[in-house]
Design a protein around this ligand. Structure first.
Ligand SMILES: Cc1ncc(COP(=O)(O)O)c(C=O)c1O
Length: 424
C-alpha cells in the first residue's frame, strides 16, 4: 500500500515536472508591420533573400544619436558598419556629419569619390601597401587627401613606411596616432612609445603632419564588473587619453594640427562621452541600425532597423531528422515549435529569426547556407513564399551579402541602395 502511494506520488511528480518542463507555444502571426512587409515582398520581392532598412526606425535612431552626442563633438560615421554610399548619404544629410571613419581601402576610395568634401579618418593602421595603393591611382573627385584624409599609425616601423610613401609621392601625409586606452588591440601603450613617434614627426615636418589621436574603448562595459565597473574603465581610458594629449602638447605642440582630431568611442560607448570626455570627435555607426550585438544598456533608446527577409521555399507539417524519423510526431507533441518545418532560401547568416515570433533554428538538423531549416508552431501561420525576417547580429559583413539594400517606409520600398564594392 505504501509502495503504491509512493509510486503514484512519484508518477504525479514526474508528470508535474514534465508539464513544467514542456516548452510552451511561442508562435504568433506576424506583427502588423511585418505582415505588410511580407505581403509587399510576396508581390514585389526579388525572389531571393534581401536586406531591408526600415527608414522610420533609422530616423528614430538618428534622433536618439543626436540626443546622446556630446555637444560640440564631431560625429564621425563608421563606414564599415553602414556599408552603402546611399545609406551613408541619407544619414549624413540628417545628422549634418561630414566625418567618416574608414577601415578598408576599396571602401575608402568609394567614399572619397562620392563625398568629395568629407573628412576621413582611418579606423585601423593599414598595411603600407594599402596606403601606397591609394596613391597609385588618382581619385575621380575633388577630394584632397593632403587636407581631408588622416591615416592611422601604431608603431615607429609603420610610420617610417608611410614616410617613405610620402617621400616617393612628394606629398604630406596627415596621420593620427592609435592609442591603446585599454582595449589592447594595438596602438601606443605608454608615453615612451608616443615620444618615439613624435620624434619621427618632428624630423619630417615636410612629409608628416600629426592630425591627432584615436583611442577606441570597446572594452568599456565589457570587463566583468567585479574587476572594473563601466565607469571605472571609462575613467581609466579617459585618463590615458588625457596623458597622451598632455604629452603631445608638452613635447611637440608645433607638430599638432591647428584643429586636432581627438577621436574615440563607438556605438557601445558614445553615450558615456559627455563633458568629461577628452575626445572632440566621436565615432558611431552600428547603433543606427542596431544589430542585436548592440542591445546594450547604453543604447536603450535605439530600435532595430535592419532585417533580412528570406523567402520560405518549403513548408512541411513535421520535422524529420534523418535517422530519427520515428520521433517526428513525439517531438512535435512535446515542443510546439517543432510542429512545422520551414526551409528558407539561404541561411546561416550572422542573424537570428525576428518575425514572425517563435521561429527557431533546429538544434539537430544543422546549418545550411543554401536552404536552412527553421521551425515554428502552427500559430506562426507561415506558408511557402512567406518570408522569415531575421535580425542581423552585426551590420558590417551581413549587409554586404544581399546586393542592393531595400530602403522601406510604411511597408513600401522607397529606394534601392547598392552596397560598397570590393572593386574600387
Ligand atoms: C576604431 C573604431 N572606432 C569605432 C568603432 C565603432 O563602430 P560602431 O559604432 O559601428 O560599433 C569601431 C568598430 O569596430 C572601431 O574599430
Amino acid at each position: 500500500m505504501k509502495r503504491r502511494h509512493l509510486l503514484l506520488g512519484l508518477g504525479a511528480a514526474g508528470l508535474g515536472a514534465a508539464a513544467w518542463l514542456k516548452p510552451s507555444d511561442l508562435g504568433a502571426p506576424y506583427s502588423n508591420a511585418f505582415s505588410t512587409l511580407n505581403q509587399m515582398l510576396r508581390s514585389q520581392g526579388a525572389g531571393k533573400p534581401q536586406l531591408l532598412i526600415d527608414l522610420d526606425a533609422l530616423d528614430h535612431n538618428i534622433a536618439a544619436l543626436k540626443q546622446i552626442l556630446k555637444p560640440q563633438a564631431t560625429l564621425r560615421l563608421v563606414e564599415k558598419s553602414l556599408p552603402s554610399l546611399d545609406l551613408l548619404a541619407y544619414i549624413r544629410e540628417r545628422t549634418g556629419s561630414n566625418a567618416l571613419m574608414s577601415f578598408h581601402w576599396p571602401f575608402l576610395r568609394q567614399s572619397a569619390e562620392r563625398f568629395a568634401q568629407s573628412d576621413i579618418l582611418l579606423g585601423k593602421p593599414m598595411p603600407a601597401q594599402a596606403c601606397a595603393q591609394f596613391y597609385q591611382r588618382p581619385l575621380r573627385s575633388a577630394f584632397n587627401p593632403e587636407q581631408q584624409l588622416t591615416w592611422l599609425i601604431d608603431t615607429p616601423e609603420r610610420l617610417q613606411e608611410y614616410l617613405a610613401i610620402a617621400q616617393a609621392h612628394s606629398t604630406k601625409l596627415r596621420i593620427a596616432i592609435e592609442l591603446d586606452v585599454g582595449l589592447h588591440r594595438g596602438g601606443v601603450r605608454d608615453l615612451q612609445q608616443l615620444t618615439a613617434l613624435l620624434t619621427i614627426f618632428q624630423a619630417h615636418p615636410q612629409h608628416l603632419a600629426l592630425t591627432g589621436l584615436m583611442g577606441y574603448d570597446a572594452h568599456v562595459g565589457k570587463v566583468p564588473s567585479l574587476i572594473s565597473t563601466r565607469e571605472q574603465s571609462y575613467q581609466q581610458a579617459c585618463a590615458l587619453y588625457r596623458q597622451a594629449i598632455d604629452q603631445i602638447q608638452q613635447h611637440a605642440p608645433s607638430q599638432l594640427a591647428q584643429q586636432p582630431i581627438f577621436n574615440g568611442a563607438g556605438s557601445p560607448t558614445i553615450a558615456l562621452h559627455r563633458d568629461n570626455s577628452p575626445c572632440n570627435d566621436l565615432s558611431a555607426g552600428s547603433c543606427l541600425l542596431l544589430p542585436s550585438d548592440f542591445d546594450l544598456a547604453t543604447l536603450q533608446g535605439f530600435k532595430p532597423a535592419a532585417f533580412i527577409a528570406a523567402p520560405i521555399l518549403k513548408t512541411l507539417p513535421h520535422t524529420e531528422i534523418p535517422g530519427l524519423e520515428r520521433l517526428a510526431g513525439g517531438l512535435a507533441a512535446w515542443d510546439p515549435q517543432w510542429q512545422q518545418a520551414h526551409f528558407i532560401y539561404g541561411g546561416h547568416w550572422l542573424a537570428d529569426p525576428w518575425q514572425p515570433q517563435g521561429v527557431t533554428a533546429n538544434p539537430l538538423y544543422g546549418h545550411s547556407s543554401n536552404q536552412m531549416l527553421y521551425n515554428a508552431s502552427k500559430r506562426s501561420a507561415l506558408a511557402v513564399n512567406d518570408h522569415v525576417f531575421l535580425r542581423p547580429r552585426q551590420s558590417e559583413s551581413v549587409l554586404l551579402q544581399f546586393g542592393d539594400l531595400l530602403a522601406v517606409r510604411n511597408g513600401q520600398i522607397v529606394a534601392q541602395w547598392p552596397v560598397l564594392s570590393e572593386n574600387a
